[in-house]
Design a protein around this ligand. Structure first.
Ligand SMILES: N[C@@H](CCC(=O)N[C@@H](CS)C(=O)NCC(=O)O)C(=O)O
Length: 210
């Protein structure tokens, strides 16, 4: 089994943090360059999803998508539960994790991929075809990031973690979203003190260094 990673990218970090929290140790290989924003040609040629993270099982099965990889390990190693312990918890964790990805990660990615010169013609991750940047998506993405911060601040005003009183994959994805946003220059707004409090707390976990 091997995990294809890319240490400078936000989505593979979700899996690295998850594995660290679970104390799961597997072989990891860098699929991208450390100093330029492209995946290596031999990786792209061999793996049709053309994105990372990617888990390849010993029988050759390829599992793409960060949460699908986490789900695989969560089924094998249920404790500590990072995807909820019972039906209600699982639904709440998945709800916040999906909102973090769709309303946070996708929005920050729109800003990033449509504004950076190094992503010219690479507006969509994983596309083998050129995808021109759309400048209007930068503005729309920034608006969406603002909505994301406000919504998550409201949730964190009454909860230690996103899904309640237990750390979960919803917190992992949200941490990766916010650190990516900060990298892009979208700081936590002053109007979102509960996001700032939560961010300081989860950033102090050893797994956050992953
Ligand atoms: N929804 C996917 C997102 C994967 C993704 O977009 N990965 C980026 C790195 S953060 C990638 O592989 N980009 C390849 C590229 O830009 O060519 C997941 O959860 O794994």
């Amino acid at each position: 089994m091997k995990l294809y990673d890319w240490s400078i990218a936000p989505n593979p970090r979700r899996v690295r943090i998850y594995l660290r929290e679970k104390a799961i140790d597997i072989a990891i290989e860098e699929a991208g360059y450390p100093d330029k924003p492209i995946l290596k040609p031999d990786y792209l040629a061999a793996h049709p999803h053309r994105r990372v993270p990617l888990l390849v099982l010993d029988d050759g099965t390829e599992i793409s998508e960060a949460m699908a990889i986490c789900r695989y390990f969560e089924t094998l190693y249920p404790e500590p539960a990072l995807m909820g312990g019972d039906a209600r918890e699982r639904a709440i964790v998945e709800m916040w994790e999906r909102m973090a990805e769709w309303e946070g990660m996708v929005a920050v990615s729109e800003v990033f991929r449509n504004s950076k010169r190094s992503f010219t013609d690479r507006g969509v991750a994983g596309s083998a075809e050129p995808m021109p940047q759309i400048p209007a998506l930068v503005e729309r993405g920034m608006q969406r990031v603002g909505l994301f911060f406000d919504k998550f601040n409201t949730q964190l005003a009454h909860n230690e973690f996103l899904a309640g009183d237990k750390f979960s994959v919803a917190d992992i994805t949200t941490l990766c979203v916010i650190d990516f946003a900060i990298l892009v220059g979208l700081e936590i707004p002053e109007t979102c003190p509960d996001v700032a409090r939560w961010h300081a707390s989860v950033s102090a976990r050893p797994s956050a260094k992953s």
